[in-house]
Each structure stands twice: as C-alpha cells, then as structure tokens.
Design a protein around this ligand. Structure first.
Ligand code: SF4
Ligand code: SF4
Length: 151
C-alpha cells in the first residue's frame, strides 16, 4: 500500500473520502453500479410484483431507483482534488497545504482551531488523528476499508 494510494483515499483531516457516498472511486459507488447492473430493467417488474405478490413495498421502487442512480454516478474526486461537497467551509484543506503536511496528525499545531468544523465533527477529527498517531497510517487506512463511514 503506497502513501499515494492512502492519500487518494483519505482526506488531510483523516476522514475517509473513499468510503464517502460521493466518491467516484468509492465502494458505495461501485456497489451501486453493480446493483444497477443486476437489477437491469426492474422497474416494470416491480409494478408487476406489487400486484402479483400484494407487496406494497414494490411501489417504492421508483424512489429507490432514483437514489441508486444518484449513488452510482459518483460526484466527487476527493478532498485533495476538489472542494468537499459537504464541508464547504472546511479550513483543513487550504491549511494543510500551507503547513506542508499530508495529514493533520503530522502537524505541530494539532489540534488547532483552523478547521471550522462543528463540535461533533471536531471531536471526530481529534479522535481520528490521535488514532492514526497511535496505530499508524497504514493500519488506520486498513480499518477504514472494512467500516462504514456512516456507523
Ligand atoms: S471531499 Fe467531501 S464530498 Fe468529496 S469524497 Fe471527500 S468527503 Fe465526500
Ligand atoms: S493547523 Fe490545524 S488544520 Fe492546519 S494542518 Fe495543522 S492541524 Fe490541520
């Protein structure tokens, strides 16, 4: 596992872009594309099964399909390539470039007041970077591979 691979997957703040729903190379996008392929032209079948099986849940298929289409598209190439779609006021992205560190845990000013994060996100940021310091970057990255970003 190269450092470049890990940097592609993890934002400078330590959070995992690769496990974000929006990431073009993320697991959620890949799984959504695979499910789309497996479902094929399921829409008319969903209506048919709703009547045949008398299962009202099939009536929700159009909304499910719209969400699946969205997730399968991919919307972001990651924090190191473009501004985060969600945390538009994030202070870490410009700051880590100024400080010339790959991750906040490497910064002598960590933990700082530059992030602009909400209190819950700030606590997560501190916890994540302390964890990377304790366990090492490769071990932390490996753990993100098997966990959901949305526990
Ligand atoms: S930069 Fe933001 S929106 Fe883009 S993949 Fe990372 S967490 Fe998701
Ligand atoms: S000053 Fe704060 S936000 Fe900037 S790189 Fe250091 S720890 Fe990260």
């Amino acid at each position: 596992m190269t450092n470049e691979t890990i940097k592609h997957a993890l934002a400078p703040c330590g959070l995992s872009c690769e496990t974000c729903f929006a990431h073009v190379d993320g697991g959620i996008r890949r799984a959504s594309q695979a499910l789309k392929e497996k479902l094929g032209n399921f829409g008319p079948y969903a209506a048919f099964f709703e009547n045949l099986m008398r299962e009202p849940v099939f009536a929700n298929y159009p909304a499910f399909q719209a969400m699946l289409d969205y997730l399968a598209e991919g919307h972001c190439t990651g924090c190191r390539n473009e501004q985060c779609r969600m945390f538009k006021e994030c202070g870490v992205r410009p700051c880590h470039q100024e400080k010339q560190v790959d991750f906040c845990y490497q910064c002598t000013d960590f933990p700082c007041e530059q992030t602009n994060f909400s209190k819950p996100l700030y606590r997560t940021w501190v916890r994540v970077n302390e964890k990377i310091r304790e366990e090492g970057l490769a071990a932390y990255y490996a753990a993100t591979q098997i966990l959901s970003r949305y526990p």
